[in-house]
Design a protein around this ligand. Structure first.
Ligand SMILES: N=c1c2ncn([C@@H]3O[C@H](COP(=O)(O)OP(=O)(O)OP(=O)(O)O)[C@@H](O)[C@H]3O)c2ncn1[C@@H]1O[C@H](COP(=O)(O)O)[C@@H](O)[C@H]1O
Length: 94
């Protein structure tokens, strides 16, 4: 499985943080601030749960992608490197 998309997404999100781009949804999220971002995370979480419970596999995959993206943006907002998340998974798996 090719996970390069995660690296590319991470690079783009970091680029948006450093060089905000007009019309960027990522910058819209960054500009929401802490409370707005936390609210958004809650909404995306709820949408994933709804897809899990009452929707189909395709909707669940789509909502999981949305949620993962929002999680990465929230981590970047706080300056927590996504690499740290991967390292924790790696350690647990060892
Ligand atoms: N992976 C994503 C991604 N996943 C989800 N989303 C957005 O997340 C939103 C989730 O939908 P919602 O209905 O919850 O939110 P909304 O009503 O659109 O917006 P809100 O005002 O509620 O925040 C949608 O608008 C999606 O477009 C994403 N937006 C951007 N990316 C990636 O981020 C990169 C940079 O995008 P920009 O920052 O827009 O240039 C892109 O190349 C994409 O790869």
């Amino acid at each position: 499985m090719d996970l390069k998309i995660i690296e590319e997404l991470l690079e783009t999100i970091r680029n948006r943080k450093q060089f905000p781009k007009e019309g960027s949804y990522t910058n819209k999220l960054f500009n929401k601030g802490e409370n707005g971002l936390v609210k958004k995370l809650g909404e995306e979480n709820a949408e994933l749960i709804k897809a899990f419970l009452v929707e189909n596999d395709e909707r669940m995959a789509s909502e999981a992608a949305d949620y993962l993206y929002h999680i990465i943006v929230a981590l970047e907002y706080r300056g927590v490197p996504f690499e740290d998340v991967l390292n924790i998974l790696r350690q647990r798996h060892a």
